[in-house]
Design a binder for this molecule. Structure first.
Ligand code: ADP
Length: 163
């Protein structure tokens, strides 16, 4: 059983994330989309909200599940009996940070490999941060996020309960 962990803040999940999940699902028997608590990043959505949005979007994908984690990623990877970490690479700007993170994780556990996946070219400009900014300013994010995320963003910025 080959398992990969795809960790991130997913604040919120975008079509770019989903593209990476689908590519990873072709390579592994099981892909766990692991939503990081990341309180210090002051996420717009709570951990439960982020998890619920990911769950909703991956439930039709076979071999893909959603979970949350807090603390050291490499420990979570070992706990879940996974062999690899999946990360997305959009542009050269992602490279330096991702490279550092991958090498640090290898220092912590050299049995775990990090795999980088490039999204479809139309998603290379997409980030949760930009999507939140557009939604906050009243722009339409339909092309960038799944429908449930779009309505969760609309509710969040209208002050209503999200999910
Ligand atoms: P983090 O806070 O860990 O960066 P994100 O949710 O922003 O969490 O991203 C999780 C992973 O998904 C990272 O590897 C990031 O580079 C990747 N990613 C984010 N957006 C995209 C996208 N549009 N296409 C491909 N990969 C992406």
């Amino acid at each position: 059983m080959r398992t990969a962990i795809y960790p991130g803040s997913f604040d919120p999940l975008t079509n770019g994330h989903l593209d990476v999940v689908q590519r990873a699902a072709k390579l592994f028997d099981r892909v766990v989309v692991a939503v990081a608590k990341n309180e210090d990043k002051h996420p717009l959505f709570t951990l439960d909200e982020r998890l619920a949005l990911v769950k909703q979007e991956v439930r039709h994908l076979s071999g893909v599940e959603a979970d949350t984690f807090d603390g050291l990623l490499i420990e979570y990877v070992v706990d879940r009996k996974a062999q690899a970490i999946v990360r997305g690479l959009r542009a050269v700007s992602d490279f330096e940070f991702e490279f550092q993170l991958a090498l640090m994780n290898r220092k912590l556990n050299e049995n775990i490999e990090t795999i980088f996946m490039m999204p479809k070219d139309t998603y290379t400009f997409l980030s949760s941060r930009i999507v939140k900014e557009i939604a906050r300013l009243g722009g339409d994010v339909e092309a960038f996020v799944p429908p449930h995320v779009r309505s969760a963003l609309a509710k969040k910025f209208s002050g209503a309960k999200t999910i």
